[in-house]
Design a protein around this ligand. Sequence first.
Ligand code: HEM
Length: 175
Amino acid sequence: MKKTIAIFLFIFFAIIVAILVAGLLFYQSKNQITLPAGVNNSFSSPISGNKNNPVKSAGSSSQVLNMTEISKHNSVADCWLLINNKVYNLTSFINSHPGGVGTITNYCGKEATSAYDTKGGRGRGHSSYADSLLAQYYIGNFDQSIPKTTLQQNTQKTNTVTPPATSGDDVGGDD
Ligand code: HEM
């Protein structure tokens, strides 16, 4: 009989403790959710994450547009330029460049701000038309970490652009 009472008391207190712990956890989680907008909730765990303090991914699926990455794209077939801290994929434009192919390919995979601003040392900058063309080949900002999927979309987009050739070369001539 004593044994039964002891077991009963043990279960009773276990249930009481469980209810208290559940109540405490519920109270804490409710407090986090009802924080007024803009209130610093730095006391909440950065591991759990919420809409004010999202968990940041390790970034393995991201690509940082730094010099190491840019310098890999250093050929006519794959040409990135860094101009004014912005990264451009000029691959599909090279052959249409009014200033010639070689002028751009010299800078593939490199910082090319002053080359662009001086037309390779000629002392005068490109036109606003050239600036608007350039904008079409933008991938991201220097040192920006962008998802690889976005990068693929951006580079595919740039590779489908066909700027008008203004060099005046006659490329027909089959008569
Ligand atoms: C970064 C290396 C580059 C160099 C060294 C360079 C050099 C030159 C040169 C020498 C000319 C002929 C200049 C003249 O006869 O007036 C030229 C013209 C031109 N380039 Fe570039 N270029 C570069 C990049 C670019 C880029 C990235 C674009 C656009 C996406 C571009 C677009 C043009 C256009 C549209 C012209 C015709 C003139 C004008 O509108 O300014 N160039 N470039």
